[in-house]
Design a protein around this ligand. Structure first.
Ligand code: SF4
Length: 499
């Protein structure tokens, strides 16, 4: 037995007769082996990767094989290594990456350019991953839930201007310039009143300081005015100085400078099957586009789609029905003001399909008027009207008509039958059960993404797309850095990729 104070490591300069193989660096069940298998099974040339079909060339340095860079990229996703510089470092010191990359050590520019030059091919890889998940039976393909969540962009709230904010800024600068102008005048007047002292300079002092401040304010004002002109010319409602696509998004009194990430989640294993990044606070126009994207990704002939009341839109529901998508979206409750005033709302009038007329609470019919009427939201309506002579003597008149109205008119959307079928569907027992499941399905990946996989904000500027497998791809042409992939979290902590 030797007398040693502590355990001691090997001498660094000790030469070895049989050095450990790189193959010994990772175990047989290490997840990096799945990345290796997945990438090796892909036809990278067919997917559109640059240099994938390159032949041997005699001259110059050969480029990195896109398969190796794709492995590095996927490893970064799975392990939340976000930046190309960190990936470069990890490739030198991380045994798993040394194994995966066979000790290749690409520089951060190579890594960044790979993502930038191959973003379409990377999207194709993501689609391939969804197909793999389907083949493995991890996607149900019958019921999906849609929801949106705000993600911080690479922009602060202060860097995003609305027209009102810019107009207020210009007005405030005008006031300050005017105040300083007045100070200049007062200063000049005070100097004129004082007798000249030949021993002192009378050309500088406060007047010169104020002049410089006025010039600075004028410059700021002209910048603000130019921003305002630019915003008005663009037809946008907001101007983002740092990240041109980020917007101030507000929901439930909470504001975020960033993006609204839409996701469609399959209910079997909470996998995201379709996604999109928009910069609109409202979800109201997203239902059909997201449901259609999910239908295509799943190649489903019919799909039940669940969404919250923020997605309720008559035109979106009509588009879903036209595409065979069965949507469950609770109709908005309304503020109940009419009911509180004990007056009749539309709910008190029933439509009689056979008679093509509405029946009022007094039992009288409202008959169709000639013509078609576009309403304020662009929908075409038919109008139905009661008879003035009957309303004049009606006991319920005070609860039905405004003081100046002589009869009641009701607008009916030309595709109102779509909404009636939807309402009937929402009153079924199935709808109740499905809507209770909705938040459990779709909140799951968002919660995991925000808590575990993603940091508070994205590094990149510009519009992003979250691919069905959770990969975030930037659509901005100046995109430079490889993106992270939240693969593990998207599979609910159980990594389907490695199933
Ligand atoms: S006022 Fe006219 S429309 Fe209203 S309940 Fe009476 S009869 Fe019907």
């Amino acid at each position: 037995m030797t007398n040693r104070t502590f355990k001691s490591g090997e001498r660094r300069d000790q030469a070895k007769l049989l050095p450990a193989r790189i193959e010994d660096y990772v175990g047989s069940d290490n997840p990096v082996r799945a990345i290796e298998s997945f990438v090796c099974a892909l036809d990278l040339a067919k997917l559109g990767f640059r240099h994938a079909d390159r032949g041997a060339e005699a001259m110059g340095q050969p480029p990195y094989d896109p398969a190796d860079l794709l492995k590095l990229y996927l490893y970064g996703y799975i392990n939340q290594v976000r930046s190309s510089r960190r990936l470069e470092r990890e490739a030198c010191r991380n045994l798993e990456l040394i194994w995966l990359m066979k000790n290749l050590r690409p520089g951060y520019r190579t890594i960044a350019n790979f993502r930038k030059e191959n973003w379409k091919a990377l999207q194709a890889v993501n689609r391939g991953f969804v197909l793999l998940a389907r083949e493995l039976g991890l996607v149900g393909g019958a019921v999906v839930a849609i929801d949106g969540s705000f993600f911080h962009g690479d922009a602060s709230k202060a860097s995003i201007f609305t027209r009102r904010r810019l107009a207020e800024q210009v007005a405030r600068l005008d006031q300050e310039i005017e105040a300083y102008g007045k100070s200049l005048e007062d200063n000049d007047a005070a100097e004129a009143r004082q007798p000249r002292n030949d021993g002192h300079d009378d050309g500088g002092g406060d007047g010169a300081d104020i002049g410089a401040k006025v010039a600075a304010l004028m410059a700021r004002r002209s910048r603000a005015q130019a921003d305002l002109d630019r915003l008005e010319a663009s037809g946008e409602t907001q101007l983002s100085v740092t990240d041109p696509d980020a917007r101030l998004l507000v929901k439930g009194g909470q504001g975020v400078a960033g993006y609204n990430v839409q996701a469609v989640v399959d209910d079997k294993h909470k996998l995201i099957v379709a996604s999109e990044v928009v910069n609109d606070s409202s979800d109201v126009n997203q239902l059909h586009a997201m449901a259609k994207a999910a239908t295509e990704a799943l190649e489903a002939e019919s799909l039940q789609v669940l969404a919250d009341a923020g997605y309720y839109s008559s035109t979106e529901l009509k588009a879903c029905e036209d595409d065979g998508i069965v949507a469950y979206v609770p109709p908005p409750e309304g503020n109940g003001q009419v009911e509180k005033q004990d007056r009749f709302s539309l709910k008190n009038f029933s439509y009689d399909t056979a008679a093509d007329a509405y029946r009022c609470p007094a039992g009288e019919l409202l008959r169709p008027m000639p013509g078609r009427w576009p309403n304020t939201s662009g929908r075409v309506e038919f109008r139905y009207a009661s008879r003035s002579a009957i309303c004049k003597t009606c006991q319920l008149r005070a609860r039905c008509l405004s003081p100046k109205a002589s009869r009641r008119t009701i607008g009916r959307w030309e595709h109102q039958d779509v909404l009636e079928r939807h309402r009937a569907r929402m009153q079924s027992a199935d709808a109740d059960k499905l809507m209770r499941r909705r938040s459990a399905i779709v909140e799951h990946p968002f919660g995991t993404l925000k808590l575990s996989a993603l940091p508070r904000s994205w590094l990149q500027q510009g519009t992003w797309r979250m691919e069905p497998d959770g990969a975030l791809l930037q659509l901005h042409p100046r995109a430079q850095y490889p993106r992270l992939r939240a693969l593990r979290c998207l599979h609910g902590g159980k990594d389907a990729f490695f199933a």
